[in-house]
Design a protein around this ligand. Structure first.
Ligand SMILES: *[C@@H]1O[C@H](CO)[C@@H](O)[C@H](O)[C@H]1NC(C)=O
Ligand SMILES: *[C@@H]1O[C@H](CO)[C@@H](O)[C@H](O)[C@H]1NC(C)=O
Ligand SMILES: *[C@@H]1O[C@H](CO)[C@@H](O)[C@H](O)[C@H]1NC(C)=O
Ligand SMILES: *[C@@H]1O[C@H](CO)[C@@H](O)[C@H](O)[C@H]1NC(C)=O
Ligand SMILES: *[C@@H]1O[C@H](CO)[C@@H](O)[C@H](O)[C@H]1NC(C)=O
Ligand SMILES: *[C@@H]1O[C@H](CO)[C@@H](O)[C@H](O)[C@H]1NC(C)=O
Ligand SMILES: *[C@@H]1O[C@H](CO)[C@@H](O)[C@H](O)[C@H]1NC(C)=O
Ligand SMILES: [Fe+2]
Length: 468
């Protein structure tokens, strides 16, 4: 255990006391990584960086991105922006570049944010996709045509393998670029993105040109595979001082989600079925107390999950329910109080979050016994409960969250303040191999790996305490 190395500061006595505490209270406890990265100011890549280059050609489509267009992945919604004029919103697609024999009609929207006016933001849903088929697609007809490709997701089923990328709080710094490059090398089939995309709101007037640069930067991945969006606090863009009071305005115009297909009334919470996983996206910044639309939807959605068809049940929310970092400490507590019992009862496998710019993985724990008169407010090991993973470490302008609560609480299995990304390699109905890659500046290093077993098919197996 490398606790000592992390407690760089104060006296030897203090260190000894903490080690003693660690030895007693955390006999089967977690690890705080000895890898130490200092928190330095991180600037966004300059406006003229290569990754922000505008594609050549008159009115060329830019910021191309795709996400699920329905619940099961037989439709994809493709979005892009044109700057000079609206142009054509049709996407042609097919199985070869010279055989784009299908057409989907889209439409476009625009928005103003303070003194910024967006380009023409196009959305077009490609339907009737055949499972597992590689499609080419093109847009920009009449002016500059650009062509991309993607592979339609497999039909959901209990033993369908899948590589799900996990990225959060990416932003647009040199670290963000490193993280994206590492993810591309990892080679996932889709990304579950844990919220906080562009951090445009960190710039004066929430400079929405930074939404455009982020769209051009991320295109190299998200034009070729679906990313599933979680809404973070940097998507709220509520700024009454700028006359902007509609929450999520830029995000909602730019990044659609397939919420209608899962019976949700808002784009910020929804679900999809992907291979052997049922993925439920929640919104930390929409109402979630009892009787609210999100609460009612989640309650009903959990009943719709069929673990025979999709054994893996995954939740995602921006703000983590379990977080032992001093940054954003306890911000996820209200949602935990509302939803944890539902998650435990449903035997959720994994809960992914972002928000905290560091990495943390919990043991299988629950804290659902507390009822305000009984004082039982300590999380306990619970094999029925999810593993909680915080992965808000994409590498954004705000830098690292490298101050942790000491000693490490008993629910925390592994934590490290580094940038990075992860991949969940679902093998079959019982096993999934998980790897978190530290973004060690240039190098990509596997720093936390686990075999997770399924809570429906192997409910009594305690996987979370066995480090691989
Ligand atoms: C858009 O382009 C498609 C493909 O070339 C064409 O079929 C369609 O008529 C165009 N739509 C408009 C409104 O020009
Ligand atoms: C764009 O198309 C979608 C899907 O057909 C539709 O729901 C939406 O209302 C349309 N928006 C506009 C502005 O026409
Ligand atoms: C918006 O206002 C800022 C500050 O006054 C100014 O620097 C910027 O050029 C303006 N942008 C537009 C598009 O007018
Ligand atoms: C971003 O990463 C890509 C791929 O590694 C590289 O080609 C590009 O030069 C990088 N750009 C910046 C500004 O770091
Ligand atoms: C779950 O899916 C299986 C396999 O498709 C099916 O036989 C079963 O009826 C479904 N259960 C429910 C409750 O719909
Ligand atoms: C709270 O917990 C205590 C101890 O388990 C139990 O006796 C009591 O009935 C509970 N109260 C409520 C309102 O559930
Ligand atoms: C599921 O995958 C794991 C890991 O690859 C393997 O050990 C196990 O035998 C597989 N189970 C089935 C039923 O194929
Ligand atoms: Fe955040």
């Amino acid at each position: 255990m490398a606790m000592g190395a992390r407690l760089c500061c104060s006296s030897i006595l203090f260190v000894l006391v903490v080690l003693l505490l660690a030895a007693t209270t955390m006999a089967r406890g977690g690890v705080t990584s000895s890898f130490w990265r200092k928190s330095e100011a991180t600037e966004d890549m300059p406006m003229d960086a290569d990754v922000f280059a505008v594609p050549p050609g008159p009115n060329a489509p830019q910021q191309v991105h795709m996400t699920f267009g329905d619940k099961d992945g037989t439709a994809m919604t493709v979005s892009w922006v044109t700057m000079e004029e609206a142009g054509n919103s049709t996407v042609m697609y097919g199985r070869a570049t010279d055989k784009l024999d299908m057409a989907a009609d889209g439409n476009h929207t625009r928005y103003k944010y303070h003194n910024y006016t967006s380009g023409f933001i196009h959305h077009c849903t490609l339907t009737n996709l055949e499972r597992g088929v590689k499609y080419y697609y093109a847009m920009g007809f009449g002016r500059t045509v650009r062509t991309f490709w993607f592979t339609a997701p497999p039909k959901p089923g209990p033993d369908v393998p899948f590589r799900l990328g996990l990225i959060g709080d990416l932003g647009q710094t040199a670290y963000s670029n490193s993280t994206l490059t590492h993810y591309e090398a990892t080679g996932g089939d889709a990304v579950l993105f844990m919220g906080d995309l562009s951090y445009a709101d960190k710039h004066p007037l929430h400079d929405n040109n930074r939404w455009d640069t982020w769209g051009r930067f991320s295109e190299r991945s998200v034009a070729y595979q679906p990313w599933l969006w979680v809404t973070g606090n940097h998507e709220i863009d509520y700024a009454p001082e700028l006359g902007e009071t509609m929450p999520f305005k830029p995000f909602t115009h730019r990044y659609p989600t397939p919420h209608l297909a899962s019976g949700s009334s808002e784009p910020y919470w929804y679900s999809v079925r992907l291979a052997s996983a049922h993925i439920i996206v929640l919104s930390s910044y929409s109402a979630f107390t009892k009787y609210t639309p999100q609460y009612k939807w989640l309650e009903a959605e959990l009943k719709r999950v069929n673990r025979t068809e999709t054994p893996w049940l995954i939740l995602a929310s921006h703000s983590p329910w379990y977080n032992s970092n001093n940054f954003h400490y306890m911000e996820g507590e209200p949602m935990r109080v509302q939803f944890e019992q539902l998650a435990v009862d449903a035997r959720v496998d994994l809960v992914f979050s972002g928000h905290v710019h560091a990495y943390e993985r919990s043991f299988r724990v629950s804290n659902v016994k507390y009822n305000i008169t009984d004082g039982r407010c300590t999380p306990v090991r619970d094999r029925r409960a999810p593993v909680y993973i915080t992965i808000g470490d994409g590498g954004n302008i705000e830098g690292l969250a490298n101050e942790m609560t000491q000693p490490q609480p008993a629910y925390s299995a592994f934590r490290e303040a580094s940038f990075g990304h992860a991949v969940l390699d679902i093998k079959n109905r019982t096993h999934a191999y998980y790897t978190w890659y530290r973004n060690d500046d240039g190098a990509k290093v596997a720093a936390d790996t686990m075999w997770f077993t399924n809570r429906y098919h192997m409910p009594n197996h305690d996987d979370s305490a066995t480090k691989q």
